[in-house]
Design a protein around this ligand. Structure first.
Ligand SMILES: CC(C)(COP(=O)(O)OP(=O)(O)OC[C@H]1O[C@@H](n2cnc3c(N)ncnc32)[C@H](O)[C@@H]1OP(=O)(O)O)[C@@H](O)C(=O)NCCC(=O)NCCS
Length: 166
């Protein structure tokens, strides 16, 4: 299993990270390490020199009510009320490195980690919580579909599997 990212550690200069969205910057500066310690969320960083953070994303286990999925998917599922998914809660690239395909690379890295983990802890989709319209546009560009009655979007794990097996 080869990933481009590593778990956020003490060596990383998290205070210097700036993606232009205060909520995402503050999370990395103040909250991410605590969430890792408490097993609330894993935070992976792209940091080739183990100091400067070019980008980061977070992953955690979650679930969604089946009623949020499109009818075409629900029809094929057993009648479980809630379904296991992986939450890609945040993804951000530092302003200095935007527009260099690093957002795409981080997204693929997050999909790969999620897909690999789903073999041992089942997860039928990856969901995202776009922070605004710009983020929605980014995820839509990569095939994420809106979840009904929520601002969230998702991609089925089967689609991710097909991508990696293509
Ligand atoms: C959104 C973000 C992660 C994109 O990262 P990036 O490194 O600049 O994007 P990339 O260079 O990898 O772009 C990959 C592709 O997505 C497209 N893209 C980038 N941002 C996009 C957007 N907002 N809407 C639609 N497409 C977008 C690019 O044009 C590119 O397309 P191409 O392959 O046809 O050239 C980055 O702008 C960012 O960190 N924004 C602030 C935080 C944020 O909004 N995060 C979103 C999730 S909470």
């Amino acid at each position: 299993m080869n990933y481009l990212t590593t778990l956020l550690a003490n060596t990383h200069e998290k205070a210097k990270f700036s993606c232009g969205k205060a909520m995402l910057d503050d999370y990395l500066h103040k909250q991410a390490r605590q969430d890792i310690r408490r097993k609330l969320s894993a935070c992976f960083v792209l940091s080739p020199d183990n100091k400067e953070i070019k980008g980061y994303y977070t992953l955690s286990n979650s679930s969604i009510p089946r009623s949020q999925l499109p009818e075409s998917i629900i029809r094929k599922l057993p009648s479980y009320k809630d379904l296991p998914v992986t939450l890609l809660g945040r993804l951000a690239i530092d302003n200095k490195f935007k527009g260099q395909q690093l957002g795409r690379l981080l997204l693929v890295d997050a999909l790969k980690r999620s897909y690999d983990a789903s073999s041992s802890t089942a997860s039928m989709a990856i969901i995202v919580d776009p922070i605004d319209q710009q983020a929605t546009g980014f995820y839509a560009r990569f095939g994420f579909i809106p979840l009904r009655d929520s601002g969230r979007m998702f991609i089925p794990m089967q689609t991710v599997e097909d991508l990696f097996n293509a």
